[in-house]
Write a protein that binds this ligand. Structure first.
Ligand code: F6R
Length: 607
């Protein structure tokens, strides 16, 4: 989604802003722009399309030491040059970049037009520039504050005033804003990854706060003018984690680094002495954990699918009713919130608007919400009552891979901890600790199949449609496998519980439609093989994805993606690795833009 980068300091701003925009690219965007503050006026460049199109218009150099840049993901108005940010007030004095959506934009625009205002774009953001210019005050922050009092909606924004050299004003409501504190220089961004090469000292703005930022100083105040003192915190990831490290794509790098990433997720959390797991951040005593009667996972997209797997694990190990629900559906259906239900928001980015809104809905009704997040300091991590960080490192590719695995690893730990408190014997706990500890090695083995999976992908990449099926534990694996394929290859892919096949989708099986059948080695294997037979009987090609040693699978299926045998609790995570690779190789063979697939954004910060 949209990205913000702004700079005030001693160095030339232009290359810093361009590099910052590059770091924001992975979030998804369709236009970009930069405004530099120089000698009492702004120089502004904007371009629809990729950053290279903006760069072609930029000067080779500029002496400006203050400026801001933006990547826009179109919401109000198409991706055109004129809709790209920064936007200006009619007199050119105010420049603004904005993430979020102004909900009363139509009414505000109408009122301004009735007074003679002329707009140069179709965006809601340009209205903000008009409003700020219409409220002269002692400080730019006061002008912004007065303007924002008229606004309903979400924003993370930065404003500059041509008559105030070196000064940036930022404000936040529902869309992240981070101040980066450097040596005689300051940054403002919506994503810490954009400034990591310059500083790891950051201050997160909270909703309803505004900040004035200059090269050596910043101050924060609320909308009702109370001053806030907040020291910077140090981010723990290094800029090296953001490099592609010689890989063709971030997605492949992120798939391949899963053994180390998951080792970090597990690090220090498995207790071999008591056969359990310890998730310190839950902020719940053993007694409080025992009093939980239900668990509900809330997330979007892959995080929702991961939650289905998490619910299965909790039901199986802790014998608690558990379910996963898309966060936006949950919040709009007037859900019953119960004291003894544990709500768990699941999000890689920690910024997904719908998940954040679901958390607020639960909390406003007195419910307790934990978070499972990857990004430390993210909005969700800061709003929940406790939780678990995945620690899988920054995920840059739009398609989630190592974070999905990180979610599943966190659920295993949580299910084990809850299970040991309620239902699981020390001996079984030991067995589970042992099994979970093997995850990194098992993932490494699964990755070893990559060359073979590439060959299989090469046989099917002409198909325009594919099915993924699996039963119970294998169903979320099928959902996530289909999600990966459609996201990055644009091949229509659908997942069904294998048992549902003959209740509808079987009508679509034909020789051109491959079905990936997820076949874990469990009691349901024979039943799943019946589904496979039904597909074969309709001449549908079958790719079996299995960790079973059964020979007949190889004769029944056209192709087999092999996964290492492991404890049943680990099946979804380990078997999913083969499907990540299948989607990746298919997309590469089809020449797709793997890391930045069309229409998608890394973190969806609007409703
Ligand atoms: C899938 C994908 C999306 C995200 C979803 C939630 O590859 O990237 O479906 O899983 O947008 O994002 P987070 O986890 O950041 O809340």
């Amino acid at each position: 989604m949209c990205g913000i980068i702004a700079y005030s300091g001693q160095r030339k701003a232009l290359p810093i802003l361009v590099a910052g925009l590059r770091r924001l690219e992975y979030r998804g965007y369709d236009s970009a722009g930069i405004a530099l503050h120089r000698r009492g006026r702004f120089a502004t460049w904007r371009a629809a399309g990729k950053l290279s199109q903006l760069e072609a218009r930029l000067p080779a150099q500029s002496g400006a030491k203050c400026g801001m840049g933006h990547t826009r993901w179109a919401t109000h108005g198409e991706a055109t040059d004129s809709n790209a940010h920064p936007h200006h007030s009619p007199d050119g004095r105010i420049a603004i970049i904005h993430n979020g959506i102004i909900e009363n934009a139509t009414a505000l625009r109408g009122a301004l037009q009735a007074d003679g205002a002329v707009f140069n774009s179709e965006t809601d953001s340009e209205i903000l520039a008009h409003l700020v210019a219409m409220h002269p005050a002692d400080s730019l922050r006061d002008s912004v504050r007065l303007a924002l009092r008229q606004v309903q909606g979400t924003y993370g924004l930065v404003v500059m005033d041509a008559s105030r050299p070196g000064e940036l004003v930022a404000a936040r409501n529902g869309s992240p804003v981070i101040i980066g504190v450097g040596e005689r220089e300051m940054f403002i961004t919506s994503d810490a990854n954009a400034i990591l090469t310059h500083t790891r000292e950051v201050v997160h703005l909270e909703d309803g706060e505004l900040a004035t930022v200059q090269a050596r100083i910043f101050s924060i105040a609320t909308m009702d003018e109370s001053m806030i003192s907040r020291p910077p915190v140090t981010l723990d990831h290094s800029p090296e984690a953001l490099s592609r490290d010689g890989y063709d794509h971030y997605m492949l790098k992120e798939i391949e680094e899963q053994p180390e990433a998951i080792a970090r997720t597990l690090g220090g959390r498995l207790d071999r002495q008591f056969g359990t797991a310890h998730l310190g951040g839950l902020n719940l005593s053993a007694r409080e954990l025992r009093d939980i009667r239900r668990v509900r996972f809330l997330g979007c997209g892959s995080a929702y699918y991961a939650g289905i797997s998490g619910a299965n694990m909790i039901e199986s190990l802790a014998r608690l009713p558990a379910a996963s629900e898309p966060a936006a559906e949950f919040r709009y259906r007037n859900p019953v919130i119960e004291n003894d239900t544990l709500y768990i928001a699941v999000s890689q980015s920690g910024e997904t608007f719908d998940t954040l809104a679901a958390i607020r809905e639960v909390r406003s009704r007195g419910g307790r919400v934990l978070g499972i997040c990857n990004v430390v300091g993210s909005s969700i991590a800061r709003e929940v009552d406790g939780g678990v960080f995945m620690h899988v490192g920054p995920e840059i590719s739009v398609a989630s891979t190592k974070a999905f695995s990180g979610m599943l690893a966190c659920f295993m730990l949580l299910a084990l901890q809850l299970g040991r408190i309620r239902d699981i014997s020390p001996q079984r706990g030991d067995e589970l600790v042992e099994a979970i500890g093997e995850l990194p090695g098992l993932i490494r083995n699964a990755l070893g199949e990559s060359p073979r999976i590439r060959e299989i992908a090469a046989r099917y990449h002409g198909a325009s449609s594919a099915f993924y099926i699996g039963r119970t534990d294998a169903y979320p694996v099928a959902l996530e496998g289909a999600q990966k394929l459609k996201e990055i290859s644009y091949v229509h892919a659908e997942a069904y519980p294998a048992s549902e096949l003959k209740h509808g989708p079987l009508a679509l099986i034909d020789p051109d439609t491959p079905t990936l059948v997820v076949l874990p080695d469990n009691d349901l294997l024979d039943k799943s093989l019946s589904s496979l037979q039904e597909i074969r009987a309709r001449r549908g090609p079958v790719i079996a994805v299995t960790n079973s040693g059964r020979e007949d699978i190889h004769s029944l299926a056209d192709d087999v993606i092999c996964s290492p045998p492991c404890h049943p609790l680990l099946h979804p995570l380990v078997m999913n690795v083969g499907l990540q690779l299948f989607a990746y190789h298919t997309a590469v063979l089809m020449g797709r833009d793997v890391d930045q697939p069309r229409n998608l954004a890394k973190s969806v910060t609007v409703e």
